[in-house]
Design a protein around this ligand. Sequence first.
Ligand SMILES: *Cc1c(COP(=O)(O)O)cnc(C)c1O
Length: 221
Amino acid sequence: MKKLANNLNKIQQELSTYHLTSSTAKLIAVTKYVESDVMRELYHLGQYDIAENRTDLLLKKKIELADCSKFVWHFIGPLQTRKVKDVINNIDYFHALDRLKTAQEIQKRAEHEIKCFIQVNVSGETTKQGISPDALVSFIDELEKYDKIRVVGLMTMAPNTSDKQLIRNCFKQLKNLSQDVQRLDKGYAPCTELSMGMSQDYQIALEEGATFIRIGTDLFQ
Ligand SMILES: *Cc1c(COP(=O)(O)O)cnc(C)c1O
């Protein structure tokens, strides 16, 4: 408990130093590593934005933590089409939209507008999910017919490398892409949020304009 509180404080403090120079960014606690009891500790520490990447665990924890009504649930993993109906009305944000088939299914199953991030594979690594930067604008165009989908922003994962410049370029590119989308001036795609930065690289992400950072390891280690 003490350690969790300390880790949380340290990250929050870093966030507040960046707030002096850029817009406010939010910490999302990636709780895929921990059980509901630890998540409840987070709740009592005032950390409400949480993220899961597996549908079965998300649903289990939602039930176990039904009393923690201020939690904001982010889903950050790939979402199989057949799982959409179980999950989509149980989350507040979906960070990994990268397929029209998924969009179609969300349109069919969602009971309200869903805040989505388009996941972009900026680094081009074949192991990474996400659409290629070249395909982004036409993908956004295609989403126009789905009124259950609001494109709040873009999400990416930096390459697995110790090369800081490579990581920075990746985040810079995501920001540029978000500005391309903003210029389209689509009501359903304000695209003002940037979900980027994990334990290894969140300082760089904040310097490059992240509005949501997704931290697991640094919080729970
Ligand atoms: C696990 C995960 C994170 C958190 O990564 P850490 O390195 O543990 O901070 C962030 N984003 C996604 C999509 C993840 O799957």
